[in-house]
Design a binder for this molecule. Structure first.
Ligand SMILES: [Zn+2]
Length: 301
């Protein structure tokens, strides 16, 4: 788990620092996990986020599409479990490792994302992590055509999918998706892994808002037993509750350090986790950056 998270981190840092647009190779092998009767999690295949297949009676709802070039591999895994057409793709957020293969499944009736994620994907220029270049020209037809701001319910046949936005964090367009009939939720990279997250400030991400946004999710999501992380495993609901505790403790620690005149490096080095959170990590390359960003945001308020 830690290694997976660290590799994601290094990849993002690499992309951001050199600004390359080439897609990464490698990553763990594809692994299809049947989480519920009608829900599959497709792990790996690249250095990229999880893809979900929700087999609704009106067709397949896919969540996130990994990096570019993964469409055939994703479709191969899907066709091993159902022949139903893909009727909806939901992107949890704008990043290249969650929207990369959107254009590789032909015309899909509904392409769904938060309105801020769609705005990111339609930028005229963007860092490679944002993936706006993939939707230029003829590929503009693969941009999200269904958006929302706070909450929205979508129906696929008799199945219901609830969408929520609880505030900025990883970006300012992170969607929470809930499948109420099976009591499962996914929040993309807002809960990407059990550790300190990357904050995409180019796309409205916020370190200082993160604890509130996770707390809002805990308060606002109802009747959920399982939360699928953006990049790692599916976890019990209580792990999201403890993730909110992780962020609340982190923010208190960082703001106390700021008030005491400590450097971000000191504050990073002094953060410790209680026994109740030993499965969470506060590690580089994101830890000190997260503290620096919270310092800057707190100082600007
Ligand atoms: Zn992301």
């Amino acid at each position: 788990m830690f290694r997976a998270c660290l590799l994601c981190a290094l990849l993002l840092v690499g992309l951001l620092s050199v600004g390359i647009t080439a897609q990464p190779a490698g990553g763990p092998p594809l692994r299809l996990e049947q989480l519920e009767d009608k829900l599959y999690v497709l792990h790996g295949g690249c250095m990229c986020g999880n893809t979900l297949f929700y087999i609704a009676d009106g067709g397949v709802v896919m969540v996130d599409t990994k990096v570019a070039g993964q469409g055939d591999a994703i479709l191969g895994e899907l066709r091993a479990v159902t022949d139903l057409p893909i009727v909806m793709i939901i992107n949890t957020h704008t990043h290249f490792d969650h929207t990369g293969s959107n254009a590789e499944f032909g015309t899909i009736e509904r392409m769904v994302a938060h309105e801020n994620a769609r705005a990111s994907l339609t930028k005229t220029s963007c860092p490679a992590v944002t993936n706006c270049d993939a939707f230029k020209g003829d590929n503009a037809k693969y941009l999200p055509n269904v958006t929302f701001s706070d909450t929205r319910t979508l129906n696929v046949g008799t199945d219901r999918i609830d969408l929520h936005y609880f505030g900025p964090g990883h970006t300012d367009g992170d969607t929470w998706i809930v499948f109420p009939d099976i009591r499962v939720a996914m929040g993309g990279d807002l809960f990407g892994a059990k550790g300190v997250p990357f904050i995409d400030t180019d796309n409205g991400g916020s370190a200082i808002a993160y604890d509130d946004t996770i707390a809002n999710a805990v308060a606002g999501l109802e009747n959920v037993d399982t939360v699928i992380s953006g990049h790692v495993e599916a976890y019990p609901w209580d792990d999201l509750v403890r993730y909110a505790d992780f962020h609340a403790r982190l923010e208190r620690h960082v703001l106390a350090g700021l008030a005491a005149g400590k450097t971000p490096e000191q504050v990073t080095g002094e953060f410790t986790l209680p026994d109740s959170l030993t499965d969470f990590t506060f590690s580089e390359p994101f830890a000190t950056n997260f503290v620096r960003l919270m310092y800057a945001e707190a100082s600007a308020q």
